[in-house]
Design a protein around this ligand. Sequence first.
Ligand code: SF4
Length: 180
Amino acid sequence: MAKPKIATDWLGGCAGCHMSLLDIDERIVALLELVELTSSPVTDLKHPPEEGVAVGVLEGAINNTVNLRVARQMRQRCKTLVALGDCAVFGGVPAMRNAFTTKEALERAYITSESTVDGKVPQDPELGRLTKRCCSVGEMVPVDVNLPGCPPSADAIFNTLSALLEGRAANPTGDDLKYD
Ligand code: SF4
């Protein structure tokens, strides 16, 4: 029998949620024996997942047009979509830019910041355009499971993925449910 497919991707955020996913340690080996990982930042497979994915996991917030495209593709191709981490669940740290206009946010990041390199807002179309607001994944596409935390613990991620792969409801509770 074909193994269920899992796809993961990250949007606007840091690598912390993915590090927590990898902290599952040896249990990830057992998990990977049960599934086929079709797309993951860890494997550098940045293309969108193929059709027929059982569980899609999105980390990070929707901050630009590329993030939005990836989120829509994941929703379209994954039976169950998990928003992983505070940024994905409610916007988290990247949503702090919502206190500013996009123009102000870009100027602060690239022109007036002390870490500015050459004082220009990048125009590379590959980067996508900043969306008017930074949004949670659920604001833009329907999400089946929200797993908050910055980052969620490895146990919470393992428990959620195991439940989904075994066809059980994944409703994070107790120690698995935390907002940072
Ligand atoms: Fe990083 Fe925290 Fe956002 Fe995860 S929730 S991407 S750890 S800032």
